[in-house]
Design a protein around this ligand. Structure first.
Ligand code: ADP
Ligand code: MG
Length: 697
């Protein structure tokens, strides 16, 4: 099948609805969707019936409400369409009620205590702005998941709320600048570049650490890493190419706009970038992408690793959240325009973003915080844990010129006098890109670069949308009241640059000097998840979220709690996996190796050969000493695990894991990795880094 025919073939999209629904029903449905109103039950019945016929025609036997609980994964519970009839037969049935509302028994999802305080049950409700689709013979209905009293129990509900908040305020700005003709909503758009590793599945299965935790907890570096820069954008191997084209097909069937595929920096590392979409769709689609990557890898005898730092010593994987604002008439609001009023408006959105990123740098940091991503941030492969913004010299100079009332004529000779002359067309020169910044302006959008590869896009975009909504609201209030709007805008820009310009940094974000400089500027440097989480519930942040109805206070507490719980539980699994690998693998391997070496040495002695300078003696000595250290380190780790009272509050437990468990894991790893370099490979129980990283052909 040709791509245009394949594209969206498994999606109950607008075109299909138009085709299959009576035209009055279609119009009514569109109206309800656009107004964001709940679906009338009669209407829902007709839609459900058509949806079911369509799905059954494509081989579907089941349906599910597809949702995104606070684990950050997706959840589904399949119900078949069968409806028993008299005479022992069944028909396939799907009602409007089943379409719009589901009641999964979801009591096992983390709720961060929300369910203790509120109604235990939750329900899922169709998000009709994200189309239903078929996956594995199941009709999937994208839904939001909330408690009966309305608390968000998922990642989608707050995202939808934040999109509404930013739309409302952005519309006010458009109106102020007279650019609102025909505009009904302002959407945030997201294109998420997704990095991942592909390794051989048979080798993967032999590594308990990869199986249980998604990352290697042991492993000496291979002789070759990424130092030759020969993998980045390199020719794609046939096995990988096959995976990528299978993945494209599967994604295109679901109308996920997969666009760019290439090799990344580390060996066996790759990236997929889709074309950007409205944020809730991009978020749904990124979840599907991650799921399909795993599945299709397995079908191809491969394993896809989405963990943020699968291998020590080479780059981990990130997810770049390219973000912008755009009207439903298709105007990108972060694109410098061609008229004075568009440019003044662009500068206002830019200024709002600067203020938002500075004031809510803690929340932006938090959005990227997880046990896995802690291994990347600040590790010379990802932006530091310090949040900063890159605007490029040109924009920075423009803003500075406005602040100092000087003329800007450096690059383009045109004068920047707000609203009077036109902004110079900004160059979108890719060589000018800064790849070390947390939040980089890239010509017509911002790229949030700190997210880990496994993250849900929801969290960071909730923060961005809500924070920007807040700044836009304050600016709109001022501009609406101002006698001279452009003078007021100048004032806003000046004030913002004075107070928040510190967040702008155009230099090398990976350098040590920046850490020093950022400290002088008073920027936060929250090195770990545990350092960052307390900021969640800072007064200003609670105020922000509650003001826009994104979260109430208990929802925020719940989310902070879940982050901490997930942090220490992840580390706990890693630590237990390490002790198991020592017990089940390394101990026996060392014993075998030492036994053989001792036997040779004993025999040599017997027949009168000198042993002191033999190959075996010093090696046995080193291995024996290493084995002793390993035994001490693993017992120390086990003891520390045993001493933790996990019944305490999650902050205390998480802090304990950060301060007491992680360093012990590091010590244990160091000893074992050292041993790997002196023990002959035939004894070594697990595939090496070399095996894993160069396994795919
Ligand atoms: P890079 O050099 O980082 O690969 P690209 O121009 O290829 O930059 O874009 C990367 C991502 O940014 C793609 O997913 C693309 O669809 C997305 N993108 C482009 N424009 C926008 C926009 N206006 N809003 C959100 N994302 C966008
Ligand atoms: Mg990028």
């Amino acid at each position: 099948m040709k791509v245009p025919e394949l594209y969206g073939i498994d999606v109950f999209n607008d075109e299909t609805m138009k085709d299959l629904l009576p035209s009055d029903v279609y119009k009514e449905l569109k109206k309800t969707i656009e107004a964001g109103e709940p679906l009338d039950i009669d209407l829902a019945n007709v839609v459900a019936h058509a949806m079911k016929d369509w799905a059954v025609g494509k081989g579907a036997t089941h349906f599910t409400h597809w949702f995104q609980p606070m684990t950050g994964f997706t959840a589904e519970k399949h119900d078949s369409f069968i409806d028993p009839q008299a005479g022992g037969k069944v028909i396939m049935r799907f009602s409007g009620k089943e379409l719009v509302k589901g009641e999964p028994d979801a009591s096992s999802f983390p709720s961060g205590g929300l369910r203790a305080t509120f109604e235990a049950r939750g329900y899922t409700a169709w998000d009709p702005t994200s189309y239903a689709f078929i996956k594995d013979n199941t009709l999937c209905i994208p839904t939001a998941f909330t408690s009966y009293s309305g608390e968000a129990l998922d990642k989608k509900t707050p995202l939808l709320r934040s999109m509404e908040a930013v739309s409302r305020q952005a519309l006010r700005i458009l109106k102020i600048f007279g650019n609102d003709a025909g505009v009904h909503t302002v959407r945030t758009t997201v294109g998420a570049e997704q990095e991942y590793f592909l390794i051989d599945r048979e080798l993967f299965k032999k590594r308990p650490d990869l199986v249980y935790t998604g990352r290697t907890l042991f492993g000496a570096s291979a002789p070759k890493g990424q130092e030759m820069d020969d993998h980045y954008f390199g020719a794609i191997k046939p096995g990988v190419k096959k995976f990528m084209s299978d993945l494209d097909d599967a994604l295109w069937r679901l109308a996920v706009p997969a666009k760019t595929e290439h090799n990344e920096v580390a060996p066996s590392q790759h990236e997929l970038a889709p074309i950007f979409e409205t944020t809730n769709l991009a978020t749904d689609h990124n979840q599907l992408t991650m799921e399909l990557m795993k599945k299709i890898a397995q079908k191809n005898g491969l394993e896809c690793l989405l963990q943020e730092k699968p291998f020590d010593g080479i780059n981990g994987s990130g997810k770049h959240n390219n973000w912008s604002l755009s009207t439903d008439t298709g105007v990108n609001l972060l694109e410098p325009g061609s008229t004075p009023s568009q440019n003044a408006q662009f500068l206002l959105f830019l200024t709002a973003t600067i203020k938002a990123v500075d004031e809510y740098q803690d929340l932006i940091r938090l959005a990227a915080a997880s046990a896995g991503n802690d291994h990347r941030l600040g590790a010379n492969e990802a932006p530091p844990a310090i949040v900063s913004m890159y605007l490029g010299d040109e924009l920075t100079e423009i803003l500075e010129a406005i602040c100092t009332d000087t003329q800007y004529h450096e690059r383009s000779k045109s004068r920047i006098d707000l609203g009077v002359t036109v902004l110079p067309p900004l160059r979108q020169d890719t060589t000018d890109r800064n790849r070390t910044s947390t939040f980089a302006f890239t010509g017509n959008k911002f790229e949030l670069r700190s997210l880990g590869s496994a993250a849900s896009l929801s969290g960071p975009n909730v923060v961005l949308n809500t924070a920007i909504a807040q700044e836009l609201e304050v600016f709109a209030d001022r501009l609406e009241k101002a006698d001279n709007m452009l003078d007021e805008e100048k004032k806003i820009i000046k004030e913002t640059m004075e107070k928040h310009g510190r967040i702008i940094f155009n230099g090398n974000g990976y350098s040590d000097e920046w850490v020093e400089e950022a400290k002088k500027r008073g920027l936060l440097n929250l090195k770990t998840t545990v350092d960052a989480v307390p900021y969640y519930t800072a007064e200003k942040n609670v105020k922000l979220f509650t003001k826009y109805g994104i979260y109430n206070e208990s929802e925020i507490n719940a989310r902070a709690d879940i982050k901490l719980e997930s942090y220490w539980k992840n580390i706990n699994i890693e630590a237990l996996t390490m002790t198991a690998m020592v017990r089940e693998g390394y101990t026996g391997a060392l014993i075998d190796c030492m036994k053989d070496l001792s036997a040779i040495l004993a025999r040599k002695k017997q027949i009168g050969l000198p042993v002191e300078n033999s190959m075996e003696y010093p090696r046995l000595k080193k291995i024996s000493e290493g084995a002793e250290k390993m035994e001490i380190a693993v017992n120390d780790l086990s003891d520390a695990l045993g001493q933790c009272d996990t019944g305490k509050d999650s902050y205390t437990v998480a802090l304990y894991y950060k301060d007491e468990i992680l360093p012990r894991m590091d010590s244990l790893r160091k000893v074992v990795d050292g041993l790997e370099q002196i023990v002959p490979k035939k004894y070594w129980p697990y595939p090496s880094y070399g095996d894993l990283l160069y396994s795919v052909t």
